[in-house]
Design a protein. Structure first.
Length: 108
């Protein structure tokens, strides 16, 4: 049997209407990431932009992966002042974010 190696918060993002893909990624990387990297208990953070001009069938423009030690740590991070600041910034670059929590089981 495999063991769980952490807890992952995944956000599936679509950019704002009328916003270029470059503007979307720039804000995500340069503004939002600076906030997110200050989340208490954050163990890892990855941005995954998906350019729909290249991948036209993609229903999203990108997804983020944020690792924590546990679900409780993730909840505490997003309830913190930094978490609230990150939440408030989302409408500045994303039209919609669908969030899912994943217990990661690594095979390699």
């Amino acid at each position: 049997m495999t063991t769980a190696n952490g807890f992952k918060h995944v956000g599936l993002l679509t950019k704002k209407e009328g916003q270029s893909f470059e503007e979307f990624v720039a804000h995500w990387q340069q503004v939002h990431s600076k906030i997110a990297l200050e989340l208490p208990g954050l163990r890892g953070y990855v941005l995954n932009p998906i350019d729909r001009r290249v991948y036209a069938d993609s229903p999203i423009d990108g997804f983020s992966e944020l690792w924590f030690d546990s679900l409780d740590d993730a909840i505490a991070a997003f309830e913190s002042p930094v978490g609230q600041q990150a939440f408030a910034d989302v409408p500045n670059f994303a039209a919609h974010v669908a969030v899912t929590y994943i217990t990661e089981i690594r095979k390699r």
